[in-house]
Design a protein around this ligand. Structure first.
Ligand SMILES: [Mg+2]
Length: 332
């Protein structure tokens, strides 16, 4: 299905458009690229760690799915193995996140993931790479949710990173399945409420939730759902009061943390439900974590519109295009 290809290439296109603007102010971006943000994919199609780690997750997932059903025991060593390959890849020089580096180094020393993970981190590295969990066909909602949270937990131990990763994966799935973009924020908020006390012990084990002052797994995870719910509240209104010619971080936050990256990316797609390029250009023209916001937005927009909605010449330019096509073919 070209929608899977649209989502995979879309996340890479967004990542590449946002790469040069990640550390620029909104004013500087607009001065250089105009009000509507960067809109032309550079000739070298260079992506960042967002796409690299997404491919690592995709590869681990594809390998785990060779023998269904999907379980933590099959998924975790495969994703961890790909993360450790990424850690030492000479191409891992694209402003990778510190949390990912720190946790991967600890896993490389042989520590189990629940000790290696950065317990207090909810950086968007948890969900910037989760799109494959929404794309693989035939998984149950519980499998998607568990897999999305587990891949996050390998590096980011904060409950909000887990919840935002599940939401990011489900958003991709729901859009692929035909959910109208306008209904996405409400669907995500309903998920926050229904899952508030659901700790996925089958996937996360019995160590991760144990923290000072946390008395139960349900208490641990509820913090994550509450923080996601808060940032997703009012996104529809922001389309009116922030508007199409303003920094999208005013709507959903700067995106350095997972729940804000999700909210601001959803906002970019809400703002431009009929134009994927406008949506990722808006994400790239953001004062915050531009590449991650635009990458998530590109995955969402591509899931809605399919590969045919992106400029055809971009497919020849984007880095890792053969890998992206490999997973597209596997899951279409
Ligand atoms: Mg990046």
């Amino acid at each position: 299905m070209s929608k899977v290809r649209g989502a995979l290439f879309g996340l890479a296109f967004g990542d590449a458009l946002g790469a040069p603007t990640e550390f620029m102010t909104y004013e500087a971006i607009v001065r250089r690229y105009g009000d509507r943000g960067p809109r032309d994919l550079p000739a070298d199609g260079r992506v960042t760690d967002d796409t690299q780690m997404t491919l690592a997750v995709a590869d681990g997932l594809l390998s785990a799915l060779e023998e269904p059903p999907l379980t933590a025991a099959r998924l975790e060593p495969r994703v961890r193995g790909r993360f450790l390959q990424w850690l030492v890849d000479p191409e891992n020089n694209r402003a990778p996140g510190n949390t990912c580096l720190q946790a991967c180094r600890a896993m490389a020393q042989g520590r189990p993931w629940w000790e290696a993970t950065v317990a207090g981190s909810k950086g968007c590295g948890a969900n910037m790479r989760v799109t494959p969990m929404g794309l693989a066909p035939g998984l149950t909602d519980d499998e998607r949710a568990g897999a999305a949270q587990l891949q996050a937990a390998l590096t980011h131990g904060h409950p909000t990173g887990l919840a935002a990763s599940e939401l990011s994966a489900l958003a991709v799935r729901w859009l692929l399945d035909g959910l109208p973009v306008a209904e996405l924020p409400a669907a995500l908020r309903a998920r926050c409420e229904s899952q508030r006390e659901v700790y996925r012990g089958d996937w996360l084990g019995d160590e991760l939730w144990r923290r000072p002052k946390v008395e139960s797994p349900a208490q641990f995870i509820s913090t994550g759902w509450d923080e996601c719910l808060e940032v997703l509240t009012g996104l529809e209104d922001a389309v009116r009061y922030v508007g199409p010619d303003a920094d999208p971080c005013a709507a959903g936050g700067a995106g350095w943390v997972a729940e804000e990256a999700l909210a601001t990316a959803v906002y970019c797609v809400l703002l431009h439900p009929d134009s994927p390029v406008d949506a990722i250009a808006r994400g790239a023209a953001s004062s915050g974590d531009s590449d991650s916001i635009a990458s998530l937005a590109g995955g969402f927009a591509g899931a809605v519109h399919g590969a045919g909605a992106w400029p055809s010449e971009w497919f020849e330019r984007i880095e890792y295009r053969y890998d992206l096509d490999r997973y597209s073919a596997a899951w279409s």
